[in-house]
Design a protein. Structure first.
Length: 279
């Protein structure tokens, strides 16, 4: 659809170039003569728009009806329908429905860079099969600073409540971290996880969709778990799997050197940091 301003420009060009009357020019361009009398006017209510944006930014969950009441109290003369039109033009509409997943909706801030053990954890799931074909899942929790495997928990169907149980156990032993890096799985974006993080003062740092490198610490750990434990063992039952996983976790923390830690094991690195802090 051609804007009125462009139609006026076309009429002016035809009239000036061919020296014809307005009536003939309108007939050639195929527009109404009323278009030539159109005068663009500047918005006379810029102050009103600016004030509406200020109120909407202050009252982020208020709709146009409440904003209309506030504006009328301040002395602005406008009807509800006019308020609604301006409200829509300024794109101040609210979402009428909440998202299905009650995920912490926050703007992406600068990521937490831990400077000591226990400040940031990284969490993820790994899928595996039993020798008889049944499936189970493994929750892995890693300390970002020391690379220590805090938990490798196996279960048939791990859900949000199981994740919270593991975190409560770790928090009692290590204390709650400042941040936890997780992906966008339903176990991490649910209400239980959100409430746990709120009560413990923990910030959940969600990976961007399609960016697994945002949670690279636990992804690297999962690769080692897959290569050194899952691919070399058969698991007949969940009890056997949990026993083998726990034995591998202890060996990973106590015996396996880590190149990022100057070839120290995670446990040795954690003890050295603790000794330097107490000295």
């Amino acid at each position: 659809m051609v804007r009125p301003a462009l139609r006026v420009q076309a009429l002016e060009y035809v009239q000036g170039h061919y020296d014809i009357s307005l009536r003939r020019a309108c007939k050639l361009v195929q527009v109404s003569r009323s278009t030539s009398y159109y005068e663009r006017r500047k918005d006379p209510r810029l102050d009103l728009r600016r004030r509406m944006r200020e109120l909407a930014n202050t009252r982020v969950r208020w709709g146009y009806r409440r904003l209309h009441v506030l504006l009328r109290r301040e002395g602005w003369q406008l009807g509800r329908n006019q308020c609604y039109r301006i409200y829509c033009k300024e794109q101040l509409q609210l979402r009428s429905k909440l998202p299905k997943k009650r995920k912490m909706v926050v703007q992406r801030r600068q990521r937490v860079m831990p400077s000591a053990p226990g400040q940031a954890w990284s969490m993820d799931f790994v899928a595996e099969e039993f020798s008889h074909g049944g499936k189970f899942r493994i929750l892995t929790v890693v300390d970002v600073f020391t690379r220590e495997a805090l938990a490798v928990h196996a279960g048939h169907r791990l859900k949000g409540e199981h994740v919270v149980d593991v975190l409560n156990r770790l928090a009692r032993h290590h204390g709650a971290p400042k941040a936890i890096f997780v992906d966008n799985g339903s176990e991490f974006t649910g209400r239980l996880m959100d409430m746990w993080a709120y009560h413990h003062g923990v910030r959940l740092d969600f990976s961007r969709p399609g960016k697994p490198t945002d949670n690279s610490f636990v992804e690297t750990f999962n690769g080692s778990l897959r290569d050194e434990c899952l691919n070399v063992n058969w698991f007949a039952s969940l009890t056997e799997a949990q026993g083998l996983l726990e034995a591998w976790r202890q060996d990973y923390n106590e015996s396996r050197p880590h190149s990022a830690l100057n070839d120290l094991t995670p446990a040795e690195y954690a003890r050295r940091i603790k000794e330097m802090g107490s000295a």
